[in-house]
Design a protein around this ligand. Sequence first.
Ligand code: DSN
Length: 414
Amino acid sequence: MKNLKQQDPKIYEIIKREEKRQKEGLELIASENYVTPAVLEAMGSILTNKYSEGYPGKRYYGGNEVIDQAENLAIDRAKKLFGAEHVNVQPLSGSPANLAVYMALLKPGDKVLGFSLDQGGHLSHGHPLNFSGLLYTIIPYFVDKKTEEIDMDEVERIALKEKPKMILAGFSAYSRSMDWKRFKQIADKIGAFTFADIAHIAGLIAGGQIDSPVPYFDVVSTTTHKTLRGPRGAMIMSKAQFAQAINRAVFPGVQGGPHDHINAAKAVAFGEALKPSFKTYTAQIIKNAKSLSDALQKRGYRIVSGGTDNHLMLVDVFGSKGVTGKEAEHALEIAQISINKNMIPFDPRKPMDPSGIRVGTPALTTRGMKEKHMETVAEFIDRGIKNKDSETELKNLRKDVKDFAIKFPVPGIK
Ligand code: DSN
């Protein structure tokens, strides 16, 4: 970064400080990860200089013969990775991707059945201040109070009663497997479209660790930067019959020019995910999550639904220790452990200071951590929460966190 250092020392210093934070801290935010140097290089390439509105072979600007090859490679690799009939790699991020799916399949006002945000859904699945809640009629479904898992009989009951035009299955804070087949069977009973948002678990699906909705669902969206470990962005997969509607909704419906440098980086990440080593990586993410969940339970923390089948878990810190999610997030931040406060199902508290925290293992697994290291991570989390009111203890913890973390290199950071 010698040019940046010379020309803009302020931004250079900020990047250096963030490198230090990423290296010395423990990243447990379930939606984050570290990309490889190859992905970083593609993102930082001169492909950013080009305008390419349209699709390969049908652009609104000249000079796209090279860009077309990059976008086609990303599409071909994504199709192979997920077995998808059609792929659009242009969505800039998860919410615009989801907006394009709604636009492709629905008219404003149409009914959508979506997983309630305060139980694990996502803003774009129907929050009243999000486009989804503003433009469409959202009917929520919930988890069962006792098992804290999605109650498919209840989903069916609501679907038959409400007859939504689309059923949306997906989440940002749910640790259990999704019954994709059952969602599809329910949708077929009422002639509804099926839309899966696999942003959190795309990498686990690509790595063959958990079931995929792609064979069953009409449309599947995902971000590319979470467990899939690619650049910040998204893509939409669909059955061939929805290809034209999806492409039109992405461009010109929602977006203008695609980010060609990011699309090239998506191709690089998909290429990495096609390698056998990605299977090993994604299997380890789940092993680490189970191990962390066990280690936290051993220390008296209640894990929502009793455990995890994927890369994340919700920890009921208020119910277990009388510490709120906000207090836990703040204390752990001082110790350089990043997690986020999170509502738990049927949370008696409010979103800005809920009962839970959300914890995930994709980033630590990329750094090479294994099950035994999760014991140490759980110990650090417990220490941080127990000592939430002691600045001195949290600073001591920060030192121990750093000594531990720097043993595990972050890809792309020296
Ligand atoms: N912000 C993402 C997450 O953390 O789950 C979802 O968009």
